[in-house]
Design a protein around this ligand. Structure first.
Ligand code: MF3
Ligand code: CO
Length: 251
């Protein structure tokens, strides 16, 4: 069952998502050489709590942080720690906030100081692939229309999409039905209906799409050490154009 949110639920969800998006923006502003990933995590945590919300990720299946901070060849679920950001790093920050019964979920990859042209292209293609997918996040399309658009755009730019982790429905639970893969043929999966809320989140790699999980049970790395980027928003399917809920306007 894919949950259809009513207006009352959506009003809570919009607020949760605004807090989440503001936390992502705050984290992005902190990305610079000399800052530790733990410092960013603390700022994200304190901001979310200051808004009367709860960090969705903290203790989720035992996850030890409020943000996932994934540097360079770490794809997702990087655990905040003592790593000191270096000039040239690319830093993916994924955050979630729970407010009035609903979760927001969003991520972006930020440049630490000056980065290589290739790294910037990876960030740009990853972000644009989200918008390519978003153009199919409309009533009547199927979930895999989003997936296919993302994959096609990413691969036409010479990068690959991660297969072993996918986007998802989001709402009262952080992860709900349906799964929203970033690959696959079009025209498959459930039809999209107004009131569905999806976390669309392309994870893109320079090299092959293979990834491995480190012994900490969380950190997902590229197997070949190549760079990876991530971009995610929580999106509402409407009668017309999709609405990105993880925006900071009006917080
Ligand atoms: N955006 C991530 C996801 O959808 C958030 C989960 S991270 C976790 O998978 F640490 F909370 F698991
Ligand atoms: Co997500």
């Amino acid at each position: 069952m894919i949950a259809i949110k009513n207006e009352r639920e959506l009003s809570s969800m919009r607020q949760a998502c605004k807090i989440t998006a503001a936390a992502r923006a705050l984290a992005g502003e902190m990305v610079r050489p000399g800052v530790t990933t733990k410092q960013i995590d603390k700022a994200v945590h304190d901001f979310i709590v200051s808004q009367g919300a709860k960090p969705s990720f903290l203790n989720y299946h035992g996850y030890p942080g409020s943000a996932c901070i994934s540097v360079n060849s770490t794809v997702i679920h990087g655990i905040p720690g003592d790593y000191v950001l270096q000039e040239g790093d690319i830093v993916s920050v994924d955050v979630g906030a729970f407010y009035q019964g609903f979760h927001g979920d969003c991520a972006a990859t930020f440049a630490c100081g000056a980065i290589s042209t290739e790294a910037q292209k990876l960030i740009d293609v990853t972000k644009q692939s989200f918008f390519e997918g978003l153009s199919f996040a409309k009533r009547g399309h199927r979930v895999s229309d989003i997936s296919h658009a993302i994959q096609t755009y990413v691969e036409s730019n010479g990068f690959s999409v991660v297969r072993s982790f996918v986007g998802h429905g989001v709402g009262a639970q952080l992860h709900e039905e349906p799964e929203v893969p970033n690959f696959g043929a079009a025209g498959r999966g459930p039809r999209l209906l107004p009131g569905m809320t999806l976390a669309i989140e392309p994870m893109v790699i320079e090299g092959t799409h293979e990834v491995r999980i480190l012994k900490d049970g969380w950190t997902v790395r590229t197997t070949d050490g190549k760079l990876s980027a991530h971009y995610e928003n929580t999106v509402l399917i409407t009668d017309g154009e999709p609405e990105i809920l993880t925006v900071t306007e009006g917080l």
